[in-house]
Design a binder for this molecule. Structure first.
Ligand code: FRU
Length: 472
């Protein structure tokens, strides 16, 4: 189905309760709805937004087009959690309905000021001739709705195009800072910084000087934070070509570690690294609470058709991960509280060849002696997701060539990471797999659309122990 502009830029306010009910019924009829991930009630979810701890709860918002599996008029949907595991549905928080955000309340971040949860996000406006205009808006969450507070940054500074968005705000030394994703007039990507003392007047400080210049044509969804005494800059660059095993997704998400000097705006850093070597990961955002740095990503990518589209919905958010830097390496671990979801053990065995029936949703820990193995998940008939490790080349390969309904095959059907592998920690939901390697040294996230519910796992290779728990 092709969507006209008029259909894409309809808001929730333009649809009847009956139309929404029809959409909900269509979505509910879908196989592959998630059990324990944040997913849209209907329509399309993309970036996590406004991830903040406030008043005893984690608040998470996400980019949402309610009316179908396309990138139409973006609203913000809201969910909350006390433990990062079980989420309460809070409904739509932001329906774009002003001139500034007439074509979408685009991505942004959350922060607490004056005892209230604030957000700064990008207003995406199109003129009649479809020229884009970006501004950065501040809102406050009141009674579950984001109310407009002020237009913080009304225009794009000289030297940049209207691809200027996704502000991430933080407070440091009594000032608010915002880092914004940008495209220079010469069509290269970068990030810029603003500072404000009162949230009203924002001073453009300039561009963050990195060693990644040029590096793609646009940097989306920047985030910068201090972790274990260093700075981490996370962003999602577009326009990076594949390089060996790296950068095979349509767009990338990654980070650099180093030192950001807020006076000179220089960021001395090491190599850019991808956050995730799977197929479906983009636009992550972090927040901090009680010294823990937490990251959630969009389990999807733009411009790709997914098999759930025909049921009127698309995508989910990843599980929250806790970040740390250990021996100069960024580690990402599933949050500890995930263990709350463990129900019965469905497998607990050691050996060199293992087979087991698997539930629709589960967690699995696999520990090996470091030699070769092949793990097949979601196996039914000759269909399975294959995770293979070759110790001689140190290649860990995830192969979804024959893992249910194919999609996005033009971007390849395998992903490989080169590393020593001694353990995998897997979270399988109805249509996703998140695979943490060696206690958080690497992560691969992917969607997969198995054709049947009754599935098996098969393991062969290095002496290993496997333990798995059913999730609801
Ligand atoms: C990233 C992104 C952001 C933008 C949002 C719009 O996926 O393109 O740059 O704010 O999605 O939905």
């Amino acid at each position: 189905m092709t969507w006209t502009k008029a259909e894409r830029y309809r808001s929730l306010r333009d649809v009847s309760a009956l139309d929404m009910e029809t959409l909900r019924t269509k979505t509910a009829a879908s196989p592959w709805r998630f059990g324990y991930h944040i997913q849209p009630p209907t329509g399309l979810l993309n970036d996590p937004n406004g991830f903040t701890y406030f008043n005893g709860e984690y608040h998470m918002f996400y980019q949402w087009f309610p009316l179908g599996p396309v990138h139409g008029l973006k609203h913000w949907y809201h969910v909350t959690s006390t433990d990062l595991v079980t989420w309460t549905d809070r409904g739509v928080a932001l329906v774009p309905e002003t001139t500034e955000d007439s074509h979408g309340a685009y991505s942004g971040s959350g922060f607490v000021a004056d005892g209230e949860l604030h957000v700064m996000y990008t207003g995406n406006h199109r003129t009649d001739d479809w020229t884009r205009h970006a501004s950065q808006l501040i809102g406050v969450l009141r009674d579950g709705k984001i109310e407009r507070r002020n237009v913080a940054i009304p225009d794009v500074p000289a030297g940049y195009t209207e691809h200027f968005r996704d502000p991430k705000v933080w407070l440091e030394n009594g000032s608010y800072y915002a880092i914004v994703g940008a495209q220079r007039e010469n069509e290269t990507g970068c990030v810029v910084l603003y500072r404000s003392s009162d949230l009203n007047d924002w001073t453009f400080l300039g561009e963050v000087k990195t060693g990644l210049d040029p590096f793609g044509y646009m940097w989306e969804c920047p985030d910068v934070f201090e972790l274990n005494g260093q700075h981490v800059l996370v962003f999602s660059p577009q326009g990076i070509e594949p390089d060996g095993h790296r950068y095979h997704n349509i767009y990338q998400s990654g980070f650099v570690i180093g030192k950001l000097d807020l006076e000179t705006l220089t960021f001395e850093h090491g190599a850019f690294e991808e956050l995730d070597f799977g197929f479906d990961f983009y636009a992550p955002q972090t927040t901090e609470h009680e010294g823990r740095r937490l990251l959630v990503g969009w389990m999807g990518l733009p411009e790709i058709d997914y098999p759930t589209d025909r049921f009127g919905w698309a995508h989910a958010l990843t599980l929250p991960r806790e970040l740390s830097i250990e021996d100069g390496m960024l580690k990402q671990r599933p949050v500890q509280a995930m263990t709350k979801l463990r129900q019965a053990e469905f497998v607990n065995v050691s050996g060199t060849a293992v087979g087991a029936s698997t539930p629709n949703r589960y967690e699995l820990e696999l520990t090996t002696d470091g030699s070769d193995f092949t793990l097949e998940l979601l196996q039914v008939g000759d269909e399975s997701l294959v995770i293979r490790y070759d110790a001689s080349t140190r290649e860990l390969t995830i192969d979804r060539t024959n893992a249910g309904e194919p999609f996005a095959t033009e971007f390849g059907t395998t992903r490989t990471n080169v590393m020593d592998v001694t353990s995998l920690h897997l979270f399988v939901d109805s249509s996703s797999v998140e695979c943490f390697v060696n206690d958080g040294e690497a992560v691969a996230t992917l969607r997969v659309f198995p054709s049947e519910l009754d599935k098996q796992l098969r393991y062969e290779g290095a002496t290993a122990s496997l333990i798995g728990w059913t999730y609801e």
